[in-house]
Ligand binder design. Structure first.
Ligand code: PXL
Length: 277
């Protein structure tokens, strides 16, 4: 397996099992050198905790990028998640334009919304800026809420294939070369990940648990990036990341005290094996 250097840019929620504290161990377990830029440092994530602290690190980002440019450091992939501000999106665009290998893969998880709503920190100006990042993505990985915000379509809790195909087509129209839509569920027992390369569409369907957990979007996206950058196809990466996320939820759901994230660490060995198989 090629040894790849991946840069992931997202916040550090010091406690909460999301964003960088999930992406870094998962990408490492998948066998990749993982560089990071923390977009902000929060004491916890913003869903369910109150009075969390936030330190925005926007002004550090161009300085870090300039230093790497001087050192000749480049990346086989840049994978973005939760970002702190519209300004940061412009810095990320500069990094994607200047610090990637020729065949580098730009992967954008527009982590900004779920369950029909934007996360507390975001507004429609942020959505507009995120459209510019998605436009240059080789792969974008929204959930249905994020896809609806990005495309201007109505968010629906129940839908059919026509609605999903329209969301995907509009994400391609925005400029995204490949679309990986997560949480696509056509019935009460199953959910899945739909992948489109603009020509072919595949759908990996798996069990839907009657229990949702915080941070699973980041677990799924990180495992997807880890598998894809290890040479797996879109569909294989969807299967590996979907199975891993499901196993992480099963490993957590009986523990009522563990409401803020999933216990993904004990299963990293299984993920590493699936990526190498
Ligand atoms: O991607 C989830 C996430 C990441 N980082 C922070 C968050 C959330 C979800 O709420 O609040 C700070």
């Amino acid at each position: 397996m090629d040894y790849k250097r991946i840069l992931t840019i997202q916040d550090i929620s010091c406690v909460g099992q999301c964003s960088l504290t999930v992406a870094l161990p998962i990408l490492s377990a998948c066998g990749h050198e993982t560089a990071i830029i923390p977009s902000a440092v929060l004491s916890t994530h913003t869903m369910g905790f109150t009075d969390f602290t936030v330190r925005d690190l926007s002004e550090d980002i161009p300085k870090i990028a300039a230093h790497w440019g001087k050192e000749g450091i480049d990346f086989s992939a840049v994978y973005t998640g939760y970002l702190g501000s519209t300004e940061q999106i412009d810095y990320v665009i500069d990094i994607m334009n200047n610090l990637m290998t020729e065949d580098g893969v730009k992967i954008v998880d527009p982590a900004m919304a779920d369950g029909g709503k934007l996360y507390p920190a975001f507004d429609m100006e942020y959505v507009e800026a995120m459209k510019r990042l998605v436009a240059m993505a080789d792969i974008t990985m929204p959930n249905i809420t994020e896809a609806a915000f990005l495309t201007g379509m109505d968010y629906r809790e129940t839908y059919d294939e026509t609605y999903i195909n329209e969301l995907v087509a509009r994400l391609h129209e925005l400029g995204a070369k490949k679309v990986v839509l997560t949480g696509v569920s056509y019935d009460a027992e199953t959910t899945g990940i739909l992948c489109s390369d603009g020509t072919e569409t595949t759908y990996y369907r798996h069990e839907l648990l009657p229990h949702s957990c915080h941070g699973t979007g980041d677990v799924c996206a990180s495992a997807f990036v880890g598998a894809y950058m290890a040479g797996k196809s879109l569909y294989e990466s969807a299967k590996i990341s979907g199975d891993y996320t499901l196993a992480c939820i099963k490993n957590t759901m009986d523990d009522k005290d563990h409401w803020y994230g999933v216990k993904f660490e004990p299963l990293l060995g299984d993920l590493a094996q699936a990526v190498r198989a």
